[in-house]
Write a protein that binds this ligand. Structure first.
Ligand code: NAD
Ligand code: 3PG
Length: 525
């Protein structure tokens, strides 16, 4: 397997990839067309923030299985295009958190005490003591927008400096904020109260342009803005206008709308401190993220283990043993159901009952959808692109949970709806690991879902089984197992036969023509 490392990462990560037996090429600074022309030969791509993995690049990535970000931000990757193609996108959350929080604090000190400006002045031989009067951080209010990993570490450090920390984060509970000794508030309130405002959110549709002329108007004239998150969250033109008009005291920026910035008047402005996206640039953080991404990529390419993927739920190591049999069961229920169902599917509901309801159900639902789509689609369906394909095909996926599993310890039911009909298939685990299909609509059955199978609706009349056995025997096809279910004696019945070899189209036709056979489907699991 070949790995392309297209941005600078610590050599420790490259050593790990090579030791794992992977063929590693390091080619940094590639132009988009150069990357596009070579990406087809690689199975993994390791990046930082410089490489732009656009839909165009992904389209050319014929063999790519994984994109690994040595760091956290993934706004330079077209995640939807990658997911659609079944490419796992993973990052290394946490590896550069402390380093970036420290950089934020350093930027806050730098702008409050004008350290870079004073340094530049001294380098020119000046001694401008009066010009570089600063402000203390002690007793000032720090407003943190986005109290996640980095925001949280910034908060701790600011509290240590005697600052009053307030935060805006719509996804943060009041209780957690309280535990951290932080007052949570709405953004408008934070902006009007803060002496220093620091941003630690991802760049999303919600956060793009979050700090703009309108919000700046409501800030204190003495306020400072620090952005070590992503360019585009603060509107650079509006910050420049505010600084020029005396509305803001200063800004410290590590990230920019365009990187590297071109003709950006904020760079070199006397009230601005700039660093070239250095938030994560310490030896410690770079080793952390390079080692982490190399291990994650090697584990995925060699063992299929997915960790820290943004487009597939991670399964913690201690949950794998319990979840794996249920993942297998879900996938088999999905595959079994789609092979006996006919019609345009509009909705799929997964019902988790008993023990199954207590599990992390997202991977189980994805497995069921993968199982459902694989037999009916030409394109490769995997755990990453299955939810995307379902959505694209207009299939609504729902989940329900109930602790009551009736006769079973745990059960999963897949209900497939089309405008004409509904199919319901329930499965369970025998001895905690052996999948069984135990109900199909109102028929109670006990089917081992594996290998080649024949699924039949028939009239519950004598001779049906004998006829099938004779026909298969004549064609030298051995029956491994047979299962039956019926509504009532003499009514409609279900027969499922596990066979040791697949049937040909001709044999299938002959089965269809047997007396009392209403319908036959071939299943392969
Ligand atoms: N400058 C650098 O070199 C550098 C290094 C690492 C990370 N980063 C960037 O820093 C940012 C934060 O990283 P992190 O690891 O702390 O991420 P995180 O996911 O731990 O935290 C992000 C926080 O933002 C909050 N949030 C999301 N949308 C929001 C909104 N609309 N308003 C307010 N809060 C919102 C989330 O609830 C979460 O608590 C990211 O943009 C990341 O890319 C930059
Ligand atoms: O998202 C990140 O991890 C940071 O922005 C660091 O980016 P970098 O790896 O390009 O320095």
């Amino acid at each position: 397997m070949k790995v392309l490392v297209s941005d600078n990462i610590s050599s420790k990560g490259i050593e790990i990839l090579k030791k794992a037996g992977l063929d590693v090429d390091v080619k940094t600074g590639l132009k988009p067309e150069e990357l596009k022309s070579i990406i087809g030969e690689y199975h993994a791509l390791v990046i930082r923030s410089a490489t732009k993995v656009t839909a165009d690049i992904i389209d050319a990535a014929k063999n790519l299985k994984v994109i690994g970000r040595a760091g956290s931000g993934l706004d330079n990757v077209d995640k939807a295009a990658a997911s659609k193609k079944g490419i796992v996108v993973m990052n290394t959350p946490g590896g550069n958190t402390i380093t970036t929080a420290e950089h934020t604090i350093a930027m806050m000190f730098a702008i409050a005490r004008k350290i870079p400006q004073a340094n530049a002045s001294m380098a020119k031989g000046e001694w401008e003591k009066k010009k570089f009067m600063g402000v203390e951080l002690f007793n000032k209010t720090l407003g943190i927008i986005g109290l996640g990993n980095i925001g949280g570490e910034v908060a701790k450090r600011a509290q240590g400096l005697g600052m009053n920390v307030i935060a805006y984060d719509p996804f943060l509970s009041e209780e957690k904020a309280k535990k951290m000794g932080i007052k949570k508030m709405e953004i408008a309130e934070l902006i009007s109260q803060a002496d220093f405002i620091t941003i630690h959110t991802p760049l999303t549709a919600e956060t793009r342009n979050l700090i703009n002329a309108k919000t700046i108007k409501t800030m204190k004239d003495s306020a400072y803005i620090i952005n070590c998150a992503r360019g585009g969250i603060v509107n650079e033109k509006d910050i420049y206008d505010a600084l020029e008009s005396g509305k803001l005291a200063g800004a410290a920026l590590d990230v920019f709308e365009k990187e590297p910035p071109e003709n950006n008047p904020l760079v070199g402005h006397e009230k601005v401190v700039c660093t070239p996206h250095l938030g994560a640039s310490t030896q410690e953080a770079q080793e952390n993220v390079a080692i982490a991404i190399a291990e994650q990529i090697a584990d995925y390419l060699i063992y299929g283990t997915i960790r820290n993927a943004v487009n597939f739920p991670s399964i913690p190591a201690d949950q794998v043993a319990v979840l794996q049999p249920y993942i297998t069961l879900s996938e088999k229920i999905g595959s079994f159901s789609s092979q006996i169902f006919e019609g345009g599917i509009t909705e799929v509901t997964l019902e988790y009952r008993g023990d199954a309801s207590l599990l992390n159900i997202s991977p189980l639902t994805i497995a069921a959808i993968k199982g459902l789509l694989t037999p009916i689609l030409e394109e490769t369906v995997n755990f990453v692109n299955a939810p995307f394909i379902a959505k694209e095909r207009g299939i609504e996926v729902k989940e329900t949970k109930s602790t009551d599993a009736g006769d079973y310890q745990g059960a999963i039911t897949m209900k497939i709806t089309s405008p004409q009909k509904i199919l319901s298939v329930t499965g369970t685990l025998f001895s905690k690991r052996d999948p069984r299909i135990v109900k199909i609509n109102d028929f109670t059955v006990e089917i081992v879902p594996e290998g080649n199978m024949l699924f039949m609706y028939n009239n519950d009349k004598p001779g049906v089984i004998g006829n099938i056995g004779t026909l298969l025997g004549k064609n030298n096809i051995n029956i491994a197992r047979m299962h039956f279910g019926r509504e009532k004696a003499g009514g409609k019945a279900i027969s499922v036969v596990n066979i040791d070899a697949p049937v040909t189209h001709k044999i299938l036709q002959e089965i269809k023509n047997l007396p009392n056979i209403l319908d036959v489907k071939v299943i392969n699991l």
